[in-house]
Ligand binder design. Structure first.
Ligand code: SF4
Ligand code: SF4
Length: 215
C-alpha cells in the first residue's frame, strides 16, 4: 500500500492561491486506508474550504485513483462540476494525482505527500519493508531486505558500526544485517554470506517504470 500523509492547511492555502472554485477528488484505496484521502477526509476538507471562502463545486472518491482509465471515467461523470471549478484538489498519492492531471487540462493540486510503499502492522501503523529496487535479493537474505532495512542500504553487511546487534545510525533499531545473519543461522544455510554481492543493477529501476503482462 502507498502510504501518504496530508499536507498542512498552510501548504494547501499556498497552493490554492488565486483559486476560488474547487472540485475535490479522493481515493478509495490506499489513501482511504491511510485516512489521508477517503470519504471522511474529502468531507472534512470541503467543510474547511467553505470556511476559507472557497466554493466546492463537487467531489468524487475514485475506487483507485491510480487507475488512469477509471479516473478519467469518474471525472466525466462529474463533467459540469469539474468544468465549473478553477482547479481540482486531489487527496491521493502522486500516482493518483497524475491520473487526474492526465484526464483534465484543469489545474490539479495535490493535497497529500506520498511517503513509501508500506506494510501494515495494524490499523494506522505502517512500516517500509521494500524500496522497489527491481533486483530483489530476498531469497538470499532470509526474507529481510537490506536495501530498505539497513540504514545505509548495504548489500554486503554488516558495517563496522554494528554493536551487539544494534545499528550505529540508531542504537534503538536492530542492525538489518545482524537479523539476516541470525535468521540464516536458524535456517542452517549461508544465504547471501556465501558470496560478495555485486553492485545492484539499478538499470532495472529505470524511470519511468513500464511493465506489460505478456499474454
Ligand atoms: S531487495 Fe529489497 S528493495 Fe529490492 S525488491 Fe527486494 S525487498 Fe524490495
Ligand atoms: S549497523 Fe547494520 S543496519 Fe546499521 S548501517 Fe551498519 S549494516 Fe546497516
Amino acid at each position: 500500500m502507498i502510504i501518504s500523509s496530508r499536507k498542512t492547511r498552510q501548504e494547501l492555502l499556498g497552493a490554492l492561491e488565486g483559486v476560488e472554485r474547487v472540485f475535490l477528488v479522493g481515493c478509495g484505496a490506499c489513501a482511504t486506508a491511510c485516512k489521508s484521502g477517503g470519504e471522511e477526509e474529502v468531507f472534512q476538507l470541503q467543510e474547511w474550504l467553505e470556511k476559507e471562502q472557497r466554493d466546492v463545486t463537487g467531489s468524487v472518491v475514485i475506487d483507485e485513483a491510480c487507475h488512469i482509465m477509471r479516473a478519467g471515467r469518474d471525472l466525466r461523470h462529474h463533467k459540469q462540476a469539474v468544468e465549473d471549478a478553477d482547479a481540482l484538489l486531489v487527496l491521493s498519492c502522486g500516482a493518483g494525482i497524475q491520473s487526474i492531471s492526465s484526464s483534465t487540462d484543469k489545474r490539479v493540486i495535490g493535497g497529500l505527500d506520498s511517503l513509501f510503499l508500506g506494510n501494515i502492522r495494524r490499523f494506522g501503523h505502517y512500516e517500509e519493508k521494500c524500496s522497489l529496487c527491481g533486483d530483489c535479493i530476498l531469497n538470499e537474505t532470509a526474507g529481510i531486505c537490506p536495501v530498505t532495512n539497513c540504514a545505509k542500504g548495504l548489500l554486503n553487511g554488516p558495517c563496522g558500526g554494528m554493536e551487539e546487534g544494534k545499528c550505529e545510525v540508531d542504537r534503538d533499531i536492530d542492525c538489518a544485517w545482524h537479523l539476516i545473519y541470525e535468521r540464516l543461522k536458524k535456517q542452517k544455510r549461508p544465504g547471501v554470506f556465501a558470496r560478495t554481492v555485486a553492485p545492484k543493477n539499478w538499470d532495472r529501476r529505470r524511470k519511468p517504470g513500464r511493465y506489460n503482462i505478456k499474454k
